[in-house]
Structure formats: C-alpha cells, structure tokens
Design a protein around this ligand. Sequence first.
Ligand SMILES: [Zn+2]
Length: 292
Amino acid sequence: MRNRLPLFAASWNRICHLVWRLFWPSVCHLTVVVALCWASFALADGFPKGRWVDLSHDFADDTLYWPTADKFHKDTVFAGETDKGYYYSAYNLAAAEHGGTHVDAPVHFGRGQQSVDQIPLQQLIGPAVVIRVAGQIPQAGKGANRNYLISVADIERWEQQHGKIEKDTIVLFDTGSAQYWPDPVKYLGTAERGKAAVDKLNFPGLSPEAAIFLADERGIKAVGLDTPSIDYGASKLFKAHRELFKRNVPALENVTNLQALPEKGFTLIALPMKIRGGSGGPTRVVGFIPED
Ligand SMILES: [Zn+2]
C-alpha cells in the first residue's frame, strides 16, 4: 500500500494536467462569453444616472385650446366590472392637434414643409437650454398687457452669462406663464371661445427677429415656450411661426415645469403623436438632468 501511493500521486498529477490542457481553452472561451454578457448588461443598464422632469400638462376637460379649436374630449366606452368578473376600462378620445402640450410641425405654417410624422426623431431630442424672461413680463391681472416679444437682446443677455448657444440645441423660454394654467383668462387672456375671442388673446411670444436669429445664427433644432403659441397673443401674421417653419425648425407650445430645469446641461425629449400628415400633435415632453 505504501509504495503504491507515489504511483497514484503521479497518475493523479497526469490526469489533472490532461484535464487542464483539455478544458483550459473552454475556460478561456467561457471567460470571454461571461465578460461580453456582463458588458452588454452594463450597457443595457448604463443609461446615465440623473433626474427626469415632466414638462407636459395632462390632457383633461380643463386643457386649454386656441379659442377656435376643438377641446379635448374623453368619452367612456366602458369602465367597471365585466360580467366575466374582471375590471375593464377604455375611452374614446377627440381633440384638436394644437392644444395642451404639443408640437407644431413646420407644415402648420409652410406649404410642403414637414408634417408631424416627418419631423426626424433627433430634431426633438437633444441638448437643451432654458432662457428665463418672466421678470420682464407683467403678471397676469386686470389690464395687464402680457403681449411681450422675446428679443434677440434677451437671448444675448443669456449668452453673456451662460455662453453661446451651440448648434443643434433645443431652446426653451420660461415666460412664467405656466403658473396660470389652466386658468384661461390669465393664461390665454380670455375665457371666451370662437373667432371673436382671438382678438382678446394676451400672452408673450417670440419676436420674428429672435426666431430668425435662433434658426440662422445659432442653428437650433427646435424651440419651446410655456405659452399657447410661439407668436405672442396679439399676433395677426404669426411671423415667428412662419420664419421657423420655413427653416424646418419645429416648435413646442404649452410646456410646463421649466423652473425645475437648470439653465443648461440637460437633455430634452419630445415625442409627438405620429399623426400621418398632421400639422402638429399632443406631445409628451420631458427633460433629463444628468447627475454630476
Ligand atoms: Zn400649435
């Protein structure tokens, strides 16, 4: 028994060596496979850490629309217990394209320009900035003229503090109007509906000069305001719309929560309902602020 032990040990060494040589390549392959899987999981889970901000109003009976546009309607098809013993709910929706938080597609004011389904996804996703002009606009109230026009000077003042707006930026303006939502008198200037009410609209907007400056001098992707329209309430010719849309720069209207965003250093994502040939559509707009 004693002299058999070294023999056994020698054989065992040989067996181990053989097993090692046979399986080592497989172990290497396995290591590579595990590493690749881990890397892909890390990527899948690797969306930058940060905070999401909802910049959209919800759609409901009190959602504000242009005085001549159909309002949001939600009719119940069914809501309750079925005779099969489970809960079920479904609704029919109807609304104008332009109301609530929405995108204006370039075709809204430009024949042959992009419709809402034709706006490239990357046009409404990207680095964004907020330019705050609320301090220059009178608060809503009796007799207040809120038809302020955001000027090139307002943009340049922001740039002096935060640097030049880079190409392909989405530019948002905080006019302080979102605080009045959904009060039609304070937000739109009137609670009246119909054609005659259009003359009573009273809210801030973008000057045509500022629209041209942003599109031509800064090459922005899109623009957004916390008001019912890119043009101010008293506008009759909608020049800011026309100048932007001529250049295929879409506009976001009725955005909210802009005070929750930093002036710069965040990403905006706006995904409008994909209405074929539509001139605009309800949109979920969100901001993403990455962690430092
Ligand atoms: Zn619109």
